[in-house]
Design a protein around this ligand. Structure first.
Ligand SMILES: [Zn+2]
Length: 88
């Protein structure tokens, strides 16, 4: 027969798992997802720049799809920043 204290201990452990382990797994998943999104965005930008010829090349803004200069740091149409620092 199981003593009452033992049952309480087990329910405490189960509650602990629900309130500690699950949030940790959830938060770690969120962090992983957001960093992956950022990486994807950065690599897409690099690819865009590489594909264009250096002189007066234009690209489509990844945010609003308007044509802008490949060297542009900021989109003139939607105002989104395309790069944090100038390359080279
Ligand atoms: Zn734009």
């Amino acid at each position: 027969m199981l003593p009452l204290a033992m049952i309480e201990l087990w329910s405490f452990v189960i509650i602990l798992i629900i309130f500690v382990v699950i949030p940790i797994v959830f938060i770690r998943g969120l962090i992983k997802l957001s960093s992956r999104e950022r990486l994807k965005r950065e690599s897409a930008l690099e690819k865009l720049k590489r594909e264009q010829t250096p002189e007066r090349a234009t690209v489509a803004c990844p945010y609003c799809a308007e044509t802008i200069m490949a060297e542009a740091q900021k989109c003139k149409h939607c105002g989104e920043w395309l790069a944090e620092k100038p390359t080279e």
